[in-house]
Design a protein around this ligand. Structure first.
Ligand code: GLA
Ligand code: ZN
Length: 687
């Protein structure tokens, strides 16, 4: 398998470091000196610099001050620490906001922001675009050749939208470009509904709480536009970087579950994907196992954005956050486990927010490597230093990738459309949660999974799972059919194939163009109250346990067979006896349709069976106990296997093969004992 080189030959070890804000401490040279001493003790080899430094770099318009940064970068370099250098557009100096108010964002309700906060500038403003380009050019000219600088960290956590007049104008242009004529736009948006027909491009406004909210095509296009506009803004930012420093790779840090951007599109414009992960471990509303599944899903998605290329864990907390409702400390063991979880799924780094706690400001209580006490004699510092030492033993894993036979489709545009839809269960549509409930079964059985959108190539997989694929793009149906015809297996659920990409319902019966693939017709969809349930009963000769019942809740799709075979049927209500689970033979493959939202036990048994039936590769030859997962990265010669226990109990795994541990260098033949939160990493030669 291909080994990736993220840094054009400049780095070949695991990165370990943090966001570093020396600009807050320039008046304290003693602290800056101490930082270097502590970074070395913490086994850090990289720092992300300058993320919010615009007001220090350009205190007055056109007055650039780089000497302080020169010194910091030189100093880091002399001490063996590389730099991921940021462009500072995430927050702006006051003079910029005061002189050019157009840079400040306008909210959906058309209120205008004042100066303050961050991540809240207009993505269209020509002034902001020009000003950031000027400073980025200077940064590239000054530091492009510096041997410390290994990567650009462009801006910070892009997100949100702006409803100012400049953005409205660009939105209208974007629409003109897409639809050509108002007639076409009106038809695509079904805007004769409630007399919303547009007769002039200038009358089109972005959605607003006091304005338009009921034209779904408009809402969807606004989201697409805002995402595209953000990417355009980013492309403007990187122009001077590409021109002056083509050798330095570019990233921007993506966010957990973020709904505002189409990351699949954005990923095409970055060299390396990176993201910021802040799972709330040890909460009172879910188990650490569920939290681990959710985080694993995100890691798999960020790796899949660039087809398996390793990503970077750009931020994580070494202890706690300040913004979660309860700032719970990571319990002993969790820091190492959660950090290596990222590596297991494809990260070539473990980085933190933040190196040193700020003395003031809203993040002064956020976790950091160095706290207000200012020394290394802390639990957190010791955990970080120990992990840094262990990461050095994992350098050979950098550049390796994950090869998955299974893909779960989690599509951002579909997510937008589902959220926008009114009905059938307003607060319980739970698209992401549903994808997670399918994914969990592969995590638990130690089977690698990619998380893809509906536009990705399906042909490399054996199994594609597309739950609730409500919005079906024009050629997705054809591509899915081709995949199954050639021998692939697809699994989908209720609320699939409902609308096209303009959010217009398919005519002629659901699941629209997938009707012949699944061999069914979905006539009606019943919504259940929270306390209600139905049951599905497994039929004879299905490969599943005949007569077994599972609870169905929230959604029950009433389907008719049109060639498919029923594997289960509803037990009660007026649709008792109607099919609830079907399979259709299509070409050389099979298409399964799960008609109702069933309890987790159903998915567990269903996928347990399918994994055997499709002979999917399990990462280790053993039955994994509850809460233990196996993940794997590979190159041409070796598999690197991570066994992780996210449960609070000691777990025993009965091995049927021999594995050699990397960090502790043991050879294990029969039983592996994993203590609470323990992780072990093995290397296995590919024969
Ligand atoms: C985000 C930001 C950081 C910091 C952290 C705190 O990820 O990028 O600047 O605010 O959150 O958790
Ligand atoms: Zn704007």
């Amino acid at each position: 398998m291909q080994k990736y080189d993220l840094f054009n030959g400049k780095v070949n070890n695991m990165l370990h470091g943090a966001d570093y804000n020396p600009d807050q401490w320039l008046h304290r040279p003693d602290i800056l000196e101490k930082d270097i001493e502590l970074m070395k003790k913490a086994n850090c080899n990289v720092m992300s610099l300058g993320i919010f430094s615009w007001s220090t770099l350009e205190p007055k318009e056109g007055d650039f001050q780089f000497e302080w940064l020169d010194q910091i970068i030189d100093n880091l370099y002399q001490n063996g620490i590389s730099v991921i250098l940021a462009t500072p557009s995430g927050a702006r100096p006051d003079w910029l906001a005061a002189k050019y108010p157009e840079v400040l964002r306008v909210n959906a309700d058309r209120s205008h922001n004042l100066f303050g906060e961050r991540h809240n500038h207009c993505y269209t403003s020509p002034v902001y675009r020009e000003k950031i380009k000027i400073i980025n050019r200077k940064l590239a000219e000054r530091y492009g050749e510096h041997p410390a600088v290994i990567m650009w960290h462009v801006s910070n956590e892009y997100g949100g939208d702006c409803h100012c007049e400049l953005c409205q104008q660009d939105f209208r242009k974007w629409l003109q470009n897409k639809y050509g004529s108002l007639e076409n736009l009106n038809r695509s948006w079904w805007s004769s509904f409630w007399s919303h027909t547009y007769t002039n491009w200038e009358n089109i406004e972005s959605p607003a709480p006091q304005g338009m909210q009921s034209v779904h095509g408009l809402a969807l296009d606004w989201k697409r536009f805002s995402s595209d506009q953000t990417i355009e803004f980013y492309k403007n930012e990187i122009e001077p970087l590409r021109e002056i420093t083509p050798q330095i790779p570019i990233t921007t840090n993506f966010m957990y579950k973020y709904i505002g951007l189409n990351y699949w599109k954005f990923a095409q414009e970055v060299d390396v994907v990176s993201w910021d992960s802040y799972p709330s471990w040890h909460s009172d509303y879910e188990t650490d196992i569920d939290r681990a599944v959710d985080t694993a899903f995100m890691h798999d998605m960020f790796r899949s954005l660039k087809d398996g290329k390793p990503f970077l864990l750009m931020e994580s907390t070494p202890s706690k956050t300040n913004w979660q409702p309860v700032a719970k400390l990571k319990r002993p063991g969790m820091h190492k486990l959660s950090s290596l979880q990222a590596v297991a799924h494809g990260s070539d780094s473990v980085q933190y927010f933040q190196w040193r706690k700020s003395r003031g400001g809203v993040e002064k209580f956020h976790g950091s490597v160095v706290g207000h006490a200012g020394h290394e004699n802390t639990r957190v510092f010791k955990d970080v230093a120990a992990l840094g030492a262990e990461l050095q033993k994992l350098n050979s894993i950098t550049g390796t990738t994950v090869k998955a036979e299974v893909a779960v489709v989690f599509d951002q545009e579909n997510r937008w459309a589902i959220n926008e839809a009114s009905g059938p269960r307003q607060e319980k549509k739970d698209y992401l949660k549903t994808c997670l409930s399918h994914y969990k079964n592969f995590w638990q059985q130690g089977v690698s999974v990619d998380i893809i959108n509906q536009e990705k190539d399906f042909s490399q997989y054996k199994l594609v799972i597309a739950p609730m694929l409500y919005l079906l793009k024009e050629n997705t149906a054809a591509r899915l059919k081709k995949f199954v015809k050639n021998g692939g297996t697809v699994v989908s659920t209720y609320w699939t194939g409902i609308v096209n990409e303009n959010d217009l319902c398919f005519l002629g019966g659901f699941p629209g163009p997938l009707r012949d693939l699944f061999g069914i017709w979905s006539e009606e969809l019943d919504a259940l109250y929270d306390q209600d349930s139905n049951q599905i009963v497994i039929k004879n000769n299905t490969g599943l346990k005949a007569g077994q019942e599972y609870e169905a809740k929230i959604f029950c799709d009433l389907i008719q067979l049109e060639g498919a075979e029923a594997l289960a049927e509803y037990k009660s209500d007026f649709y008792a006896g109607q099919p609830a689970l079907t399979v259709n033979n299509y070409g050389k493959g099979k298409a399964y349709y799960i008609a109702s939202r069933n309890e987790d036990d159903f998915l567990k048994d269903f996928y347990y069976n399918l994994i055997i039936k499709l002979n999917l590769t399990k990462i280790i030859l053993a039955q994994l106990p509850e809460g233990v997962t196996a993940q794997k990265r590979s190159d041409a010669n070796n598999d690197y296997i991570f066994l992780m226990n996210f449960s609070e109990d000691e777990k025993k795994i009965e091995l049927r093969e021999e594995l050699s541990e990397i960090i502790d260098e043991n050879v294990i033949k029969d039983n592996i004992i994993l203590k609470k939160y323990e992780v072990k990493i093995f290397k296995k030669k590919i024969l």
